[in-house]
Design a protein around this ligand. Structure first.
Ligand SMILES: *Cc1c(COP(=O)(O)O)cnc(C)c1O
Length: 301
């Protein structure tokens, strides 16, 4: 890795519920990697950064919305390795830009705002070609690192997973991190994904593309019930659950990804989804800076 990973640790949670159900629950604290650029994003960028360095690129161009953790991570990583970064942002430039985009600028990223219509064509080949022409010496990374190289980087997370883990739980956005984790599953280990978008029914297709492997439906499960209304949507139940998790375990979560995943895992434990003796490892993918967009006082942390 291009970044020191020694701050990552595993936090074991204790709770009467887990004892009663005879399951063990731990959290892989990838959020500890960096205060702002936390979690899975630096892993996903790993091989892109290596490629940009090998090909002596001037910088990296990537895409995202106003609250994209991927953009901040890219800005930070590019600054660290001494190359430029350009962020193409969905939507007109607002009067007051988000905390996330301010962090991008602070890390030296140049922002370009494009209309939603233009943005929606970002996968289209002529759009990508036009970007290529505008920035010939830049490496282009798809939104969220959605590419087999991104999944390869995320698969490096597996090195941190104890071998007796029976269930790995992870939030799903683009599914790149999830696909990376799916590449190195041990025999009988289960990988459980919690999509944070509503009606995400193309995960199998995504994982197959990203992992370049046939979909392992015996070891991979998707639980679609904990999106709380959709991407970046929230309700009181989610916020209360995040506060409770913090009070009980001193575990901060973000409302877009890890709060939903943890709420889902605990609910599944209550429902008896995990059999006795399960060794559950939840991946804390970070994203805590996203909580800055909540009303102050919403969270107790
Ligand atoms: C981006 C992000 C995810 C989702 O990762 P994907 O690889 O896009 O599925 C999960 N958690 C956090 C905190 C993130 O920022």
């Amino acid at each position: 890795m291009l970044f020191p990973t020694s701050k990552i640790y595993i936090q074991k949670l204790s709770d009467d519920l887990f004892e009663q159900k005879q399951v063990s629950v731990s959290v892989l604290r990838l959020d500890q990697l960096h205060a702002i650029v936390s979690g899975n994003k630096l892993f996903k960028l790993h091989y892109f950064l290596e490629l940009a360095a090998q090909q002596l690129k001037e910088g990296i161009v990537t895409f995202g919305g106003s609250y994209s953790n991927h953009l901040v991570a890219t800005a930070f990583a590019c600054k660290e390795i001494g190359i430029k970064s350009i962020g193409i942002i969905r939507g007109e430039q607002p009067k007051e830009i988000s905390h996330t985009l301010k962090a991008c600028i602070a890390h030296g990223m140049e922002l370009k705002f494009i209309t939603r219509q233009e943005y929606d064509q970002k996968e289209a080949t002529d759009f990508l070609e036009s970007i290529n022409l505008s920035y010939p010496d830049f490496l282009i990374i798809p939104e969220g690192g959605y590419h087999p190289l991104g999944a390869n980087g995320a698969s490096l997370i597996t090195d941190r997973i104890p071998s007796d883990t029976t269930h790995i739980c992870c939030a799903i956005g683009t599914a790149t991190t999830f696909a990376g984790l799916s590449k190195n599953l041990k025999n009988e280990q289960q990988l459980i994904g919690f999509p944070v978008l509503k009606n995400m029914n193309d995960i199998e297709k995504r994982v197959t593309f990203l992992s370049s492997l046939p979909y392992n439906e015996i070891q991979i499960q998707i639980i679609n019930k904990y999106h709380f209304g959709g991407y970046a949507k929230k309700n009181n139940h989610l916020i209360e659950s995040m506060n409770l998790i913090y009070e009980k375990h001193q575990l901060p979560t973000d409302f877009v990804y890890t709060g939903k995943m943890m709420t889902g895992v605990i609910d599944c434990i209550s429902n008896g989804f995990f059999k006795k003796g399960s060794e559950i490892l939840c991946i804390h993918t970070g994203g805590l800076q996203g909580n800055l967009s909540l009303e102050p006082g919403t969270l107790k942390f």
